[in-house]
Ligand binder design. Structure first.
Ligand code: PGA
Length: 236
């Protein structure tokens, strides 16, 4: 794992943005797996600026949503869909045929996971996977547990995860999660994980201790040959 400590959130966001731009120059149709949440937001904003100054670079990029809150309407302001539309899909002008996305309120959540699984088999593997780390060490919505799931699945959400700042309204808490699995993530060619802020310090130190455990799903990233871990000073 290539661990890079930046002074600020801005610095690590610029670093991550530059890696993606460099890779896009080599491979314009790359499949980018997009996490949501506070960690990658600034990086997406910087990429959106690049898409204005270098629009040709973004005409083939493909996006897959990493995870989604389940049992809430797609339009709810806390969904990953809402976030990605705002920071990625609209600014990068991604048409439907270049976007793979879990529905947040499917009739049959298991079938929805199978649908995404099949699309990933057809369009994968992921070229670059953008990740954050949960306060409890989760990776996407792969929550700490005795066992982890390799592929897309319906996830039970922990109390800590339900406190995520994306979900401010008590009456619209999701009943479950929809997420890519550990193997889907670990089969990505390249992984970039962004970690920022003092509130992440405790879990970051555990993560960086290199002990691989299902109690801290992000620790499985130590098994991957090409992970860039961008962490700011407040988080270490
Ligand atoms: P954050 O979320 O980027 O908003 O901290 C990460 C996560 O909970 O997985």
């Amino acid at each position: 794992m290539n661990i890079i400590t930046g002074n600020t959130y801005e610095e690590i966001s610029i670093y991550a943005k530059n890696i993606i731009v460099e890779n896009l120059r080599q491979h314009q149709s790359l499949l980018l797996c997009a996490a949501t949440g506070g960690s990658p937001t600034r990086m997406y904003e910087l990429l959106a600026e690049e898409s204005v100054s270098q629009p040709d670079l973004f005409t083939q990029i493909r996006i897959i949503k990493l995870d989604e809150w389940g049992g809430v309407p797609m339009e709810y302001s806390g969904t990953c869909e809402h976030y990605l539309q705002q920071y990625v899909i609209k600014p990068f002008q991604i048409p439907d045929e270049r976007y793979i996305s879990f529905q947040s309120n499917p009739e049959n959540p298991k079938q929805e996971c199978e649908r995404i699984n099949n699309l990933l088999i057809k369009n994968g593997p992921i070229d670059i996977c953008i990740l954050g780390i949960g306060m409890n060490g989760h990776l996407a919505l792969n929550e700490p547990d005795l066992f982890l799931n390799p592929h897309c699945h319906v996830a039970s959400l922990s109390e800590e995860t339900l406190q995520h700042p994306m979900l401010p309204e008590e009456d619209t808490k999701p009943g479950y999660g929809l997420t890519l699995g550990m193997a889907d993530i670990l089969q990505s060619k390249k992984i970039i994980i962004l970690i920022s802020g003092e509130k992440k310090r405790k879990i970051t130190r555990l993560f960086l201790s290199r002990n691989i455990t299902t109690a801290l799903p992000a620790s499985f990233l130590w098994l991957h040959p090409d992970v860039v871990c961008l962490v700011d000073k407040d988080a270490v």
